[in-house]
Write a protein that binds this ligand. Structure first.
Ligand code: HEM
Ligand code: HEM
Length: 235
């Protein structure tokens, strides 16, 4: 087996020539690449339209949810470097890589390095929480979207949905019990949605800084590899 196709660090010789246009091998499959750049475009749109609750916001959010769901499945059954088993490492490996990056000694990986792998998981989880909480807000406010069936409809909660009437039972004595509860739920989900969206943005900024740092450290253009799918085989 060719050692360069594994995701263990490629051990460098001290005189490694930078940016040598040597042999390239396929690392990122089409789904990973298309998914990535779709996320970049859709997240930008969702972020910029957040204040309006427009169709554009809702649909860019759905696209993100779809890409994330597909990517989570692909992480189990996908191609070699797309699999979580290829790049999810423990915190020790992540911090060792980050220390190496700061010291200029970090080894190069063909797939995600341990920090990139951790960021991938964090981004996917944060995006999932953002989209699901957005769908909850949409369901509560507009009684629309895929989660509308899971939350109370405005004044007449369906007895078939055990969840909501149980929650309202606590408020039986309140004159306007139903309304109070809905507003509480709405506020909570709005808060979760907003915090999760901000967390995504913070992670994305760190992600881009990490991509720049690793690109410099290993003398390679990682964003280009996310476009072509190919990386140089040798160090
Ligand atoms: C909305 C903004 C972004 C999001 C949500 C995002 C998300 C992600 C995710 C989820 C991955 C993991 C890919 C996978 O395994 O499927 C990833 C990897 C990657 N992203 Fe982004 N990304 C964003 C912006 C960018 C930008 C602007 C660049 C270019 C500067 C970039 C460059 C990369 C690269 C090079 C990788 C592969 C990292 C590696 O080699 O380990 N990303 N990104
Ligand atoms: C990653 C994807 C998403 C991002 C980055 C995002 C971001 C945001 C932001 C920043 C806001 C403004 C929050 C505030 O200041 O109150 C917002 C509001 C909202 N979003 Fe999203 N969102 C996403 C996905 C979704 C989805 C999938 C839905 C529903 C299907 C959705 C529904 C809503 C609704 C209904 C509001 C208005 C909340 C309110 O009334 O304050 N979002 N979103």
């Amino acid at each position: 087996m060719n050692d360069a196709t594994t995701n263990s660090p490629n051990h460098e010789t001290p005189e490694t020539p930078p940016m040598e246009p040597g042999r390239e091998i396929k690392v990122w499959d089409l789904l990973v690449r298309l998914g990535h750049w779709t996320l970049v475009i859709a997240f930008t749109i969702a972020w910029l339209t957040g204040e309006e609750e427009s169709a554009l916001h809702i649909w860019s959010g759905y696209i993100i949810a779809g890409v994330v769901a597909l990517r989570l499945c692909w992480g189990v059954v996908g191609t070699r470097h797309a699999r979580f088993s290829d790049f999810v490492r423990g915190p020790r490996a992540v911090f060792a890589y980050l220390r190496g990056l700061a010291a200029g000694t970090a080894p190069r990986y063909l797939g995600h390095n341990p920090a990139g792998g951790a960021m991938t998981v964090l981004l996917l989880v944060a995006l999932a929480v953002t989209t699901v909480s957005g769908m909850m807000v949409y369901a509560i406010e507009e009684n629309a979207g895929p989660l509308a069936g899971f939350v109370a409809s405005t004044d007449a909660p369906s007895p078939a949905l055990g969840l909501v009437p149980m929650a309202l039972a606590d408020d039986d004595e309140e004159e306007n019990g139903h309304r109070v509860h809905e507003e509480e739920g709405e506020e909570l989900w709005e808060e979760i949605h907003e915090v999760a969206a901000n967390l995504c943005l913070a992670l994305i900024i760190l992600h881009i800084l990490g991509v720049i740092a690793s690109s410099l450290a290993h003398h390679e253009n990682l964003p280009r590899a996310m476009v072509t799918g190919r990386k140089r085989a040798e160090n």
